[in-house]
Write a protein that binds this ligand. Sequence first.
Ligand code: GTP
Ligand code: MG
Length: 442
Amino acid sequence: MDLGAGLRKALAKITGAALVDEKAVKELVKELQRVLIANDVEVKLVFELSKRIEKEALDRKQMKGLNTKEHVVKAVYDELVALMGEKHSPKIQKQRILLLGLYGSGKTTTVGKLAHFYKKSGLTVGVVCCDVDRPAAYEQLQQIAEGAKVNFYGEKSGKDAAKIAREAVAKAKEDVLIVDSAGRNAFSEELKGELKGIDDVLKPDERFLVVSADIGQVAGRQAREFNSAVPVSGVIITKMDGSGKGGGALSSVGATGAKVAFIGVGEKVGDFEPFDAKKYVGRLLGFPDLEALMEKVKEISEQEQLKPEMLEEKFTIKMFYEQLRAAKKLGPLKNVFSMLGMADVPKEMMEQSEQKLKAYECIIGSMTKQEREDADLVRKSKSRMERIARGSGTKPEDVRELLARFGQMEKMLKEFKHNRGFRKKMEHFMKKGGGANMPFNQ
Ligand SMILES: Nc1nc2c(ncn2[C@@H]2O[C@H](COP(=O)(O)OP(=O)(O)OP(=O)(O)O)[C@@H](O)[C@H]2O)c(=O)[nH]1
Ligand SMILES: [Mg+2]
C-alpha cells in the first residue's frame, strides 16, 4: 500500500470510531508508525514524528470549533506539514544547479521549468546538457532551451559529462546555470561516478533530486543512493498532476533530510511551483484544502445552522430543510468525508448520499407550508404521503424514509434538550458538519 493510502486508512479508522479516547489515539499512532516505516521513512524520524503527533493529539486544549476527531486529524496534518518543511522560498540569486534522478523522472523537462522560473524572476539563465547516456538528450534540451529563450551549452555526441560541465562553467556568464544529467533504470556505480565527476567541476549550490509523484515505496532507498553520490540539497517532485499522490516524496525527504523544493504539475514549462507543504500533505491525506474546509464548516455553523430557534422551538421539516441546504453548501459530500479523513469512502456510498439529498429536497419542495411546520400532518395521512410522492417524482416509501430521518433528528434534539450542557453538545454536533453527517447519511 502506498504511503498516502496507508495514512488515509489509518485516519479513516479514527474518524470512523465511535469514541476517540487515549487508547484510540495510541492505536492510530502505532498504525501511523507502521505505515511510515513500511514506506521507508527513517525509523528515527518516524518515532520523533509519532511522539509529537501523540502529544498534540492528546492535548486537551483543542482548537475552538473542532471536535475531537478533527483535532486528531489536524494534529497528524500539522506534524506532517512541519516534517515536510513548510513552504519553499527559492533564492533569487546567482547559482549553479545540478539535477539528478532515474530515467524518465522528469529531469530534462524540469531543467526547462527551472530555467523559465528564474528567467521570469529577472535572472539570466543557461542550461547544460550533461546527459551523455540518452541518444537524443542533446536535441531535447536544446529545443527546451529555445522554447524558454535561455542559452544552451553541450556537446553533441559527447561522452564525457565532466568535460562538458567544465567547458560550460568556463564559458557561461549567466546568473543561473542549470545542469541536466543522465538517468539510469536503477542507481549504479557508473552513474555515481558520472555524477561525482560533474559535481566536482560544477560545484553546485543546489543538487536537486528529481522524483516522480508515483514512485511510492522505493523513493527512500533511491534518495539514499543518490545522496551517497552527491549530497542532495532538495527534492523536486514531478507529475503531481497525475494519479500518484507523491507519497514517495515524504520518504525521500525522510531519507536524505533534504526538503522538497519544487513540484511539477504538468508537461508545460509553466506547470511548476515552489513546494507548499500544506497543499501537499492535504493531497496526501485526501483533503486538498483542509484549512479552507474547516473555515467553511465553522462559518456555516455560525451563520446558518446554530439559529437560536433551533434550540428553543419545535423542530420542523422546514428547519430540517434548512439543514439540508446548509449541508449542501458545504460542497459535495465527498469533501466533507474527505475533511474527516475518510477519503476512501466507497464511491457508491457517496453517490447514494448525494442522490438522497437531492430526492429529499424535492420531497420537501412538494410539501405545503403547513406540512413543513407540522410533520404529523404527513405522518398520519397516507393520501398526503402519496400526493407528495407524486409531486416530487418519488415513491411513498421515499417520503416515509425522509420522515424517519427527520424523526431521528427530532428525537436526538429532544434528548439533547433534556440534557444539561445541551447547547455545548448542539454546537459540537453542528460543527461536525451538522446535517451533512448525521441523520441522512447512514
Ligand atoms: N504530466 C506531467 N508529465 C511530466 C512532468 N514532468 C515531466 N513529465 C513528462 O515525463 C516524461 C519524461 O520526462 P523527461 O524530462 O524526459 O525525464 P528525464 O528524467 O529527463 O528522463 P531521462 O532523460 O530518460 O532520464 C516526459 O514525457 C515529460 O513530458 C509533470 O510534471 N507532469
Ligand atoms: Mg532527460
